[in-house]
Design a protein around this ligand. Structure first.
Ligand code: PMP
Length: 352
């Protein structure tokens, strides 16, 4: 017997590369636009003396602003260090039974990592051949359900009606809808939290709110669900939301016009890039997110991925069953996407 036997050994989640230097970065679904000028102003004017004190354990004015903007009560909001933190707390809080939790086979690759870490039994449900979720697959005995909408990395959106069907038919399970990308063209299930006390809606500031580097995520749900999550969070670390993060996040929420404008810019660029990719021989599930999950009719995804990297253009490729001939291409600025499309043209013509 050695100490090695008692170590919790895990296979960690592997995030996309964060290369240094000047590259075209289309590999981790960040927003290509900066946060609102209101955030810059709030940080400039921040009273540094405040940093002597511990922050509010609930997220202070960030939670207040979230409640106001999303028209919910404060005790229906949970804030965390990115939605990864929120989801991790939710898994630990709600999935404590013996029945397997369910999520799609092709989805955010952190779900199985948390399940393994917390020893939660799980079963993955295959997406259809066209990479879509079939709602009937989730009407089966389970210990909980996690569905990202739009799904990642496919970008495919499910309707609120389909999700409500899953939520209403699973009253004995907590159903988590991970809406990391919902602002890029989807309809949120948020209004359903008052109708279903088993629904938790998770969102993030990392994509549509241009602040991946600040690390803010939030969950909305019935007061009871939120209280259970806070109980678990306060049993690990009460002070996760630092004061600067709270100030920056609250300021971002005070500029809804900027938020809507940047979402529109990303959506417009995405729609144009869809057309160009089609013309170049790519195929993809229709995306409602800030990325496109594309496969080429004749060229191997891995080869394109490697050739692009040599030109300092980073996209995402996974060496995994069913998706190893796909590239996930985040939507950058128009200029960045022009460079990527130019690269593809050259690559397809054999000039690269
Ligand atoms: N959910 C999904 C589906 C994601 O793609 C991501 C981004 N990696 C996250 C959650 C977590 O994002 P963050 O922790 O930056 O909020």
């Amino acid at each position: 017997m050695s100490f090695e036997d008692n170590i919790r050994k895990v296979i960690p989640y592997v995030p996309g590369e964060q290369p240094v230097g000047k590259v075209i970065k289309l590999n981790t679904n960040e927003n290509p636009y900066p946060p609102s000028p209101k955030v810059i102003q709030a940080l400039k004017e921040y009273d540094v003396d405040e940093l002597r004190k511990y922050p509010d354990i609930y997220g202070g004015e960030l939670r207040d602003e979230l409640a106001e903007v999303y028209k919910v009560d404060k005790d229906e909001v949970f804030v965390g260090v990115g939605s990864d933190d929120v989801l991790s707390v939710a898994f630990l809080t709600f999935f404590n039974g013996t029945k397997p939790i369910l999520f799609p086979d092709i989805t955010y690759s952190f779900y199985d990592v948390w399940a393994d870490l917390y020893r939660i039994p799980y079963k993955t449900i295959s997406l259809n051949d066209d990479f879509r979720i079939d709602k009937e697959d989730y009407i089966t005995d389970n210990g909980g359900i996690v569905i990202p909408n739009p799904n990642a990395p496919t970008g495919a959106l499910k309707s609120v009606e389909d999700l409500e069907y899953i939520i209403s038919n699973n009253p004995d399970s907590v159903v988590i809808i991970d809406e990391a990308y919902i602002d890029f063209g989807g309809r949120s299930v948020l209004p359903l939290i008052r109708k279903y006390d088993n629904l938790l809606v998770v969102q993030t500031f990392s994509k549509s709110r241009c602040m991946a580097g600040v690390r803010i995520g939030m969950a909305f749900g019935d007061k009871k669900l939120i209280k259970y999550m806070n109980d678990v969070k306060f049993s690990i670390n009460s002070y996760t939301m630092n004061r600067l993060t709270v100030a920056a996040g609250a300021a971002m929420l005070k500029d809804e016009e900027y938020f809507k404008e940047t979402c529109k810019k990303v959506i417009d660029t995405r729609e144009r890039v869809k057309k160009e990719l089609k013309e170049l021989g790519f195929d993809f599930p229709d995306s409602s997110s800030n990325f496109i999950f594309a496969t080429h009719k004749t060229l191997a995804a891995k080869d394109i991925f490697e050739a692009a990297k040599k030109k300092d253009i980073y996209v995402r490729w996974w060496n995994k069953p069913r998706i190893d001939n796909y590239l996930r291409i985040s939507i950058g600025t128009d200029e960045e996407m022009d460079s990527f499309i130019d690269f593809l043209r050259g690559y397809i013509n054999g000039d690269i």
